[in-house]
Design a protein around this ligand. Structure first.
Ligand code: NZQ
Ligand code: ZN
Length: 386
């Protein structure tokens, strides 16, 4: 196992009815801005519920944060907050609203320059407004991590950033708020969480037994519970298991002390920035082909994954086992309703060089756990994904 530090200051408040805790967790003297997306929280009644719980606070609202949150939108919130002096942000939604809020929280005190530079130039981010989240879509893990991915539409760029002040103060996870998710978002969430685990698990062995077993437990839970969420959307236990799994998949725990890949994510971000596909759709396109192209380098873990997640017989020939493990992965994504080929989204080979050019422009030329995923390798991966 490698050396590591594990820090996670986010308090998780989990369970039905926990929205009531908001009033205990936010200091009463705070001026609170509620941030949300395109309106699902109005339709579901969640916004009204929150306003009732926070009736004794000074409150404001900022809606319209879109999927793959855009710098252009988020800067409007930054201006509003600077003008009206909000001093606590409450993100209510999925990964996009929470990520957007992380950017806003850091951008408000960053007055010396354009906050986009925090991301592209990797400037140190050591101050942020306090913020918290009410999660409505289990997928990204943003509710318990310090990362965010922001899009700048005018540049067709979608880039991640991390900061020590990027953790929510607390996050409320009530599985009941996920009942209203459309099927597409249920599938997207399961695939995203699955790929988060894979990016931290399917690398090379470092004798990190507990990280492996944790990861396998998360993958098995997604495989077992994911399809049930499509079949019986109002099953509390199914939703609760998926919600907690997605959070644990990317809160730093399973990635501690082990090599990490993230090549599928970095390629996926370029695809979203260029063609607007949902985040999980890009992962479903890239991951099976990435495993295929990298199967020699990942051989030991790929075989372990095949045996422990897909019950492949230990005496199957290695070549056959790795091929089946990849095939089962693709079938699972498809069963969750997330298509795995560019052609399923009306895209063809014209995309390949554009994606490679974007990766190069963003310096993403040595990806993967060993830095061996070069543009040449990505070209092979994308070709296999057509
Ligand atoms: O905007 P509203 O109207 O709320 O609708 C949203 C949105 O259209 C809808 N939705 C959310 N909860 C709902 C609901 N509809 C009905 N009922 C509910 N309970 O779902 C749509 C998608 O929402 P979004 O937040 O975009 O989805 P997701 O949570 O998958 O977030 C994706 C974003 O997170 C980034 C992705 O790149 C993408 O930008 N990621 C963030 C990560 C992180 N911070 O650690 C890691 C991930 O790998 C990922 O990159
Ligand atoms: Zn992801």
């Amino acid at each position: 196992m490698k050396k590591f530090q594990f820090v996670n200051p986010t308090k998780i408040i989990f369970g039905k009815g926990e929205i009531q805790s908001l009033a205990k967790e936010i200091p009463i003297d705070r001026k609170v801005l509620i941030l949300y997306g395109g309106g699902s929280i109005k339709k579901s009644g969640l916004l009204e519920e929150i306003k009732t719980v926070l009736k004794d606070y000074q409150l404001g609202e900022f809606g319209g944060i879109e999927p793959n949150p855009a710098y252009e939108t988020l800067m409007q919130a930054v201006e509003l907050i600077r003008k009206e002096n909000y001093d606590f942000l409450l993100a209510v939604g999925g990964g996009s609203v929470i990520d957007g809020t992380k950017f806003i929280a850091a951008a408000v005190p960053f007055t010396q320059d354009d906050p986009w530079k925090m991301i592209v130039e990797g400037l140190p981010i050591d101050q942020a407004l306090p913020f918290a989240a009410v999660l409505t879509l289990p997928a990204t893990g943003s509710e318990m991590n310090n990362g965010a991915v922001i899009t700048r539409k005018s540049l067709q760029a979608k880039l991640p950033f991390f900061s020590p002040v990027g953790f929510p103060k607390f996050s409320i996870l009530d599985p009941v708020y996920t009942y209203t998710l459309p099927e597409k978002q249920i599938g997207n969430g399961v695939v995203d969480a699955f790929v988060h685990v894979m990016e931290q698990y399917l690398t090379y062995p470092v004798q990190a037994k507990v990280q492996d077993r944790f990861s396998e437990g998360l993958l098995l839970t997604l495989v077992e519970e994911g399809p049930k969420a499509l079949e019986t959307p109002e099953d509390y236990d199914v939703r609760a298991n998926l919600m907690w799994t997605a959070t644990l998949a990317l809160n730093g725990l399973i990635g501690s002390g082990v090599p990490q890949d993230w090549s599928t994510h970095m390629v996926g971000h370029e695809i979203t920035a260029l063609y607007g596909l949902d985040h999980a759709q890009t992962l479903a396109i890239v991951l099976p082909s990435m495993l295929e192209v990298m199967k020699e380098e990942k051989n030991v873990k790929l075989l372990q994954y095949g045996e422990r997640i897909w019950n492949l017989a230990s005496d199957l020939p290695a070549r056959e086992k790795s091929a089946l493990a990849i095939e089962k992965t693709r079938e699972f994504f498809e069963a969750m309703g997330v298509k795995t080929r560019f052609s399923d989204y009306g895209l063809g080979e014209e995309v390949i060089e554009k994606i490679i050019t974007s990766l190069e422009a963003h310096g993403m030329v040595k990806l993967g756990e060993k830095g061996t995923v070069t543009p040449q390798i990505v070209r092979q991966v994308l070709t296999l994904s057509l």
